[in-house]
Design a protein around this ligand. Structure first.
Ligand SMILES: [Fe+2]
Length: 135
């Protein structure tokens, strides 16, 4: 495991505390995003750190949404996700110039993409696969 994956896995686990379902989901999404990204690395250009961070903390908005509203859905996740992700990434020394993009991806992963990003499309694909397997 590389350094960024290790640090961000710890950040994510600390954040979700005993919510093992969310922790497992994040790790499953990371596994799948790496498989998909590896298989198309000749055709696609993506940033590894943005990809890993997006996969591991894409659902941080769920916790905040449930705490404040007692429910979560795609829309509330996209609202609460980016500020939560920004705080976590800033707190662990993640490369500063990549934080905004990770937050943008997290704020877009449940709707029709509002901008073009390989990492966003890879996250959506991996999240869908994992959600299908869980469903
Ligand atoms: Fe997800």
């Amino acid at each position: 495991m590389d350094y960024v994956t290790g640090v961000l896995t710890k950040v994510m686990v600390d954040y979700f505390e005993d919510d093992y379902r969310r922790i497992e989901h994040a790790i499953d999404v990371l596994m799948h995003i790496e498989i998909i990204a590896d298989s198309c690395q000749d055709e696609l250009e993506y940033d590894d750190e943005i990809l890993i961070a997006s996969a591991l903390i894409h659902d941080v908005g769920i916790k905040q949404s449930e705490a404040e509203l007692d429910y979560n859905n795609g829309q509330t996740q996209e609202k609460y996700g980016p500020p939560g992700a920004k705080e976590l990434l800033e707190g662990c020394g993640f490369p500063e110039e990549k934080i905004e993009m990770v937050c943008k991806i997290i704020g877009n992963h449940h709707t029709k993409s509002r901008f073009e990003s390989v990492e966003l499309e890879l996250l959506k694909a991996a999240d869908q696969i994992v959600n299908k397997m869980d469903g």
